[in-house]
Design a protein around this ligand. Structure first.
Ligand code: HEC
Length: 176
């Protein structure tokens, strides 16, 4: 017993030192591995991925899709010649009164709001003053048949004469 104890117990400071060193090393390695694991799965792993354009796109996809879907519809209603809207105005015309403003907005505003191609601007008293003197009948006729750079009915041949007259009335009312 004492013979075996001597080399194993008392005269073994080197062994102890090695054991402590190995233990410490394993602890350090363990901490490093743990840290790596924690950093790897948490900060670096998920967060960097979360900031990638792909991940962001994926997350906002539903909203972006909605915006894209709404886009063309809005663009179409703005840029497309307002034939459908005008058609609906015309088709409802017999029932009620013709809405000059909505006809103007859809069929005439494109040129007459900014004075495109020399169109008399709505609100421009000077430009309209001389025309008003010619009489409403002449203006109606010009609007319906076309005049100079202005196409008949502003290019919207589906408009009824009444709708065009109402639009002229609206334009005149805005320009007095
Ligand atoms: C493509 C552009 C364009 C559109 C769309 C348009 N106009 Fe015009 N309009 C003109 C131009 C250009 C003139 C000036 C014509 C001239 O004096 O030679 C004009 C002139 C007129 C005049 C004055 C005519 C006259 O005898 O001096 C009236 C009224 C008129 N437009 C009504 C309308 C109405 C109503 C609409 C919608 C239904 C309409 N315009 C749509 C371009 C347009």
């Amino acid at each position: 017993m004492s013979h075996a104890e001597s080399p194993g117990g008392k005269s073994n400071p080197v062994g102890m030192a090695i054991a402590i060193a190995v233990g410490t090393l394993m602890l350090v390695v363990g901490i490093i591995l743990l840290a790596k694991y924690a950093v790897g799965t948490h900060s670096v792993g998920k967060d960097t991925k979360a900031a990638t354009p792909e991940a962001v796109t994926e997350r906002i996809a539903p909203v972006a899709k909605l915006a894209v879907e709404g886009g063309p519809a809005v663009a179409a209603s703005v840029s497309a010649p307002p034939a459908p809207a005008v058609a609906s105005v015309v088709s409802t015309a017999p029932a009620g009164k013709v809405d000059g403003k909505s006809t103007y907005d859809t069929a005439c505003l494109a040129c007459h709001a900014a004075g495109v191609a020399g169109a008399p601007k709505v609100g421009d008293k000077l430009a309209w003053g001389a025309r008003i003197k010619a009489g409403n009948a002449a203006l109606y006729a010009a609007a319906i048949k076309g005049k100079g750079a202005m196409p008949a009915k502003g290019g919207n041949t589906t408009l009824s004469d009444e709708a065009v007259k109402a639009a002229v009335d609206y334009m005149l009312a805005q320009s007095k």
